[in-house]
Write a protein that binds this ligand. Sequence first.
Ligand SMILES: [Zn+2]
Ligand SMILES: [Zn+2]
Ligand SMILES: [Zn+2]
Ligand SMILES: [Zn+2]
Length: 224
Amino acid sequence: MGKKKVASSGKCTLCGSVLDKAAMTKHLAACREKNDAMASGVRPGPATAFHVLVEGRYQPEYWMHLEVPSRASLEVLDGFLRDVWLECCGHLSAFRIEGITYSAEPMDDFEDEMMNIALSEVLRPGLKFHHEYDFGSTTHLVGKVIAERETRLKGKGIRLLARNEPPVIPCGKCGQPAEQVCAGCAYEASGWLCKACARQHACGADMFLPVVNSPRVGVCGYTG
Ligand SMILES: [Zn+2]
Ligand SMILES: [Zn+2]
Ligand SMILES: [Zn+2]
Ligand SMILES: [Zn+2]
């Protein structure tokens, strides 16, 4: 996908502030505390949650801060990543954490583990992990565990704390914002096109996918 500019601002879902990617981690520590204090009658704890930053391994302009209950499973996190960022046609996926592969359908030949393991068993603050969706046209994500704190989250639901604003990708022909991407040419700047220029693209209309806010944009049949 080469030449697009890294636009790395994002929005805090708790207060609506738009901030630089680099400033968001610090902002969230304070904003989340304030937000929790204002939530009427709900005291944090005794459950804990991980604060995790997930981003495209090769497209760090796509990122999300998540609050994930420590007792939720990797499967729940996988499901959330699929819902928001990845799912096109039910491909396999896996986490790689400290040399161990966790997948929904572990293969006997490899020493893979099941994904239905609690996060508290495999994550801790400071740890980095990887996630791969689709072993053909793979979307690679990297996660970083920022902290583990008490949470007012009930159950195993994941809370989205912040997310990048959609990066503006220029049309490879005229420089206007691209709205469509040719699945066959997504790896070249000329595959990213505005509506008008897309009509003249040689590969044809059925090759086009919408430009969406996800590290899987332009891959397989991903439409957001
Ligand atoms: Zn905020
Ligand atoms: Zn697919
Ligand atoms: Zn154009
Ligand atoms: Zn094309």
